[in-house]
Every structure is written in structure tokens, then in C-alpha cells.
Ligand binder design. Structure first.
Ligand code: KIV
Ligand code: ZN
Length: 512
């Protein structure tokens, strides 16, 4: 069996998904879960992009011990320096640098000749190799690059010190046969190819990312890049959970294996979905809600007689369990703490008291608290709860079929001042959001609003996601509460607080 390394770029390419913006705490939580999933490499971000990005990558590099942490850099010395600053304290500092190689990118984006592109790539790889133990080099838009030129530049960057060569299908254009042929060509035409590992990185514009990555593995790729739930630029990247399960279920065919802990897949998928606000389509392979549901009578009959008639993957393989434990208002702090531990939620002892009080309050109003509720509660309080500039104190909304909806909101502001406003709207949410807009003093454009129940039942918790433009910046937020209006208000303030926090932390870094 060939060993295939998994390079997770959920926090870099995945975070480039439209409308996703994760804060430092959320990124760290995802990185810790990726470590539990046992990925080999975590691409934690693009340190030169912003001081916030640099700080997150640094924190992740310091924390993660069981995976190698990397960061992206353009073929620019200052990007490599920023990445070094972020990664130098990591267990195995590794850089991922890239330059575009295709004629379209050379002519229109870089405005550089082939020779200039090679020179820039070689100089920056040499510089990177003087700092980092491992340098990975990517040929952006490799799949639309002339093969002889691709082979030539790959040879040159290997000689300059690159240890991993990544061949991205940046625009999701190639087919599995063609992609396999690119790897074959490189093996045959790059003299130093034996000194490096080849890596695949595919985008899903034609829905071929996983198939293309598998073809690359069959043609000698020893590292696969992708994201959890396949999130990423445009149509996204290779779904790592799909790829890993395909290699596992069809191991006789592929003769290759990853070291992923497949049982952590469902938990990782649901964490990424919750924190990014990107819902997993119900019919998505491996992690969709319907992936293991048998609906038609013929299928149900078959599965009851013998599971394997219609089931090639067992839900347990990827960590789905039917025995979700239920806690209630009589559960004690000990049971609560134990369950959080079992769910992999590492909550510091000093925070247990506060969380337990919130749990009790919710359990008083809601008959049963399921695992899903606990995860939602902890993520809400631990990751979105700190650094709040505006804190919700109370809301009151009046609605009646023959009345003008009216909301009154009380907040505490940044300097602990008391803010109270009231406004009307054509519906309850509009009245509430008009009122909140008055409270936060800046015009807000609401770009998206979504509401979802956590689990089933009439008393299920409400999870609201919003996307909005505030203070010239696109931001997103989420809010959890028993009541949909309260969850809506929390999501709104969470989005506003993110912008204010980002502004404050970048001023703090600039002033250092
Ligand atoms: O898709 C791409 O080409 C990339 C590179 C930066 C590796 O994400
Ligand atoms: Zn990409």
C-alpha cells in the first residue's frame, strides 16, 4: 500500500469561500480537530494577507504538535518573511510558496516572460529554503501550462531547494485522464523528480476535483490537498472526507492509504459547517444528512435483509452514532463535564462553571439537551463569546397580524455604556434589525440571513447565520438561542463584533 499524505487547506483555500470569515479562536478550534482527524499537514492561512491572519497562523503553529503546520506565500520576499514570523515556532516549519505558470496568467496577471517566471520562482525558493526545513512549491494554473515549460520550471525549483512540488488544477478545468498524464509526463521529463514528493490540489468547477485527485494518486502523487466538506474558492476544493473514504473503501483498487482517523470525519465536518456557516448539502457523499438514508421501499427492504445490498459505507466508519446521549435539567456538573470531554470539547476548568449555568438555564426550558445542543452551546459561548464590543441585554418584539411590528433593544456598548433604541419594520426581524442598526451607529446591509434548528423537536434551539456589510467590510455572524428572535439579534451583533475586533487587533499590531 502506498502512503498518501493529507494536506488540509480548510483554513486557507477553504476560508477563501465567499462569505466565510473565521476568527482566531474558531481557526484554532478547527486546527485542533484536524489534528484529531490525523491530517499530515495543516495549511493554517496566508500570513502576509493581514496581521490577523499572521496572528492566527502563529497561534496554530505554536499549538499543533501532531501535524506539520504551513502557511502560504506568494513568490515575494516579504510574504516569505511574514510566513517565517508566523511559523518559526512550529514543530516543523514548512512553507508553501507559489507562482502562476500558465500562458494566460503569465501574460495578463504577472506580465512576465517564461524566463522571468523561472527566475522569480528560483530566487524565492532559494530564499525560503534558507529559512524553512521544508519548502513546498506550487505552479498555479499548472493544468493550463505548456508541459515542457512546466517540466523545466519544476526541475529548476527542485534544484533551488523545493522538497514538495504541487500541481494545482487552479480553475477546475482538467479531466482525470489528462491530469494523470500530467503526472506521468513530469515523472518522465524532470530529471530530479525522484528527490521530491508530488502533490495534487484540485478545484471542483466541473465537479471533478475528487476524481482528478484520485487519478493523480494513481499516477504517483503522494500528497493530496483539499478541504473538509470541499469548501473553497468558487465551487470549492477536493473534499478530503470523500477522498479518504474512497481510498479506504476501494483500497484494493487504489492500493493507497491515508493515516486519517476516519471516525473523526463526521465531527470535523459538522464543526467546519457550524463555524463557517456553510451548510453541508443533504445529498453530499459521506457527510450529507441523507448519505446513509434509505428511502425507497425496495432499498429499505434490501437493507433490512442485508445491509450491504445498498450500503457500501457504514455510518459508524465515519463516526456517526445513533446513541446520542441526552442530558436534562437534573444532570449534574460532573455528567456535563464528562459529556463535553467525550465529545472532544476541551473546555478549560475555569469556564465550566459559566457554561454549566447556561446549560442549566437552557435545560430548564428545553426537555432534553442532546450532543448537538451541547456542541452548539459550547461553540457559541467559547468561540464567539469573548471580545464582545456590544453585548445583548434584552429585546422585546411586538408582532400581531394587524399591528406594525416594533422592537426595543437594550445593549451594553464598548465602554460599558447602556444603549437603548426602538424601531419598527414590516416584519419582526426587520423591526429588530432596524433597531440594532440604530444601536450600532453605522448603516448595515444585510446580505444573507439563514435560520436552522439544532436537531429536531418543537423546542429545538435556533441557530441563525447572517452575512452583512458593516463599516465598509463584509462580515458574517452566528447566534444561538431558544428563541429565533434572540438568535437573530445575537447573530447580528456577532457579525458587528467581528469587524470591531478585527479593527482593534490590526491597530494593536500596527502600534507594536
Ligand atoms: O488553486 C491554487 O492554485 C492554489 C495555489 C495557491 C496552490 O490554491
Ligand atoms: Zn486552490
Amino acid at each position: 500500500m502506498q502512503k498518501v499524505k493529507i494536506f488540509d487547506t480548510t483554513l486557507r483555500d477553504g476560508e477563501q469561500s465567499a462569505g466565510v470569515n473565521l476568527n482566531k479562536f474558531e481557526k484554532l478550534e478547527i486546527a485542533k480537530q484536524l489534528e484529531r482527524l490525523n491530517v499530515d499537514i495543516i495549511e493554517a492561512g496566508f500570513p502576509a494577507a493581514s496581521p490577523g491572519d499572521l496572528a492566527s497562523v502563529k497561534e496554530i503553529a505554536r499549538t499543533i504538535k501532531e501535524a506539520s503546520v504551513t502557511g502560504l506565500a506568494r513568490a515575494v520576499i516579504s510574504d516569505i518573511d511574514a510566513a517565517w514570523e508566523a511559523l518559526k515556532e512550529g514543530a516543523e516549519p514548512r512553507l508553501h510558496t507559489f507562482i502562476a505558470t500558465s500562458p494566460i496568467h503569465r501574460q495578463y496577471k504577472l506580465k512576465q516572460s517564461k524566463e522571468q517566471v523561472i527566475e522569480t520562482a528560483v530566487n524565492t525558493v532559494k530564499y525560503a529554503a534558507s529559512k524553512f526545513a521544508i519548502v513546498q512549491w506550487s505552479a498555479e494554473d499548472a493544468c493550463r501550462t505548456e508541459l515542457p515549460f512546466l517540466a523545466e520550471i519544476v526541475e529548476q525549483v527542485i534544484q533551488a531547494g523545493a522538497r514538495v512540488i504541487n500541481i494545482p488544477d487552479t480553475v477546475g478545468y482538467i479531466t482525470p485522464e489528462e491530469y494523470g498524464a500530467v503526472f506521468k509526463y513530469l515523472y518522465e521529463h524532470v530529471p530530479s523528480i525522484g528527490k521530491v514528493e508530488l502533490s495534487t490540489h484540485c478545484h471542483d468547477d466541473l465537479g471533478l476535483a475528487v476524481a482528478n485527485s484520485l487519478s493523480a494518486v494513481q499516477h504517483g502523487a503522494r500528497q493530496v490537498e483539499g478541504t473538509i466538506n470541499g469548501i473553497g474558492e468558487r465551487a470549492g476544493n477536493t473534499s478530503l472526507e470523500e477522498l479518504a473514504v474512497a481510498l479506504h473503501i476501494r483500497k484494493e483498487h487504489f492500493q493507497a492509504e491515508t493515516r486519517l482517523n476516519l471516525q473523526e470525519i463526521s465531527r470535523t465536518s459538522s464543526l467546519v459547517s457550524k463555524l463557517t456557516g456553510m451548510a453541508v448539502p443533504a445529498n453530499k457523499a459521506v457527510v450529507g444528512r441523507n448519505a446513509f438514508a434509505h428511502e425507497s421501499g425496495i432499498h429499505q427492504d434490501g437493507v433490512l435483509k442485508e445491509k450491504t445490498t445498498y450500503e457500501i459505507i457504514s455510518p459508524e466508519l465515519v463516526g456517526y452514532q445513533n446513541n446520542s446521549l441526552v442530558l436534562g435539567k437534573h444532570s449534574g456538573r460532573h455528567a456535563f463535564r464528562n459529556r463535553l470531554n467525550e465529545l472532544g470539547l476541551a473546555v478549560p476548568e475555569e469556564d465550566i462553571k459559566k457554561l454549566f449555568a447556561i446549560f442549566k438555564d437552557m435545560a430548564d426550558r428545553k426537555k432534553e439537551m442532546t450532543d448537538e445542543d451541547l456542541v452548539a452551546l459550547v461553540l457559541e459561548e467559547q468561540l464567539a463569546g469573548d471580545n464582545n464590543f456590544y453585548e445583548l441585554r434584552s429585546i422585546q418584539v411586538q408582532y400581531g397580524t394587524n399591528q406594525i411590528p416594533t422592537a426595543t433593544v437594550t445593549l451594553t456598548g464598548a465602554d460599558n455604556e447602556h444603549v437603548e433604541e426602538a424601531a419598527t419594520g414590516s416584519g419582526s426581524i426587520e423591526a429588530l434589525y432596524n433597531t440594532l442598526e440604530k444601536c450600532v451607529d453605522e448603516p448595515i446591509n444585510l446580505l444573507d440571513y439563514r435560520i436552522q434548528s439544532v436537531g429536531a423537536g418543537r423546542d429545538a434551539l435556533a441557530q441563525v447565520y447572517v452575512k452583512m456589510r458593516y463599516a465598509g467590510q463584509e462580515t458574517s455572524g452566528r447566534g444561538l438561542a431558544q428563541d429565533v428572535l434572540e438568535a437573530s439579534a445575537k447573530a447580528y451583533l456577532n457579525a458587528v463584533n467581528r469587524v470591531l475586533y478585527m479593527k482593534e487587533s490590526s491597530t494593536a499590531v500596527v502600534n507594536q
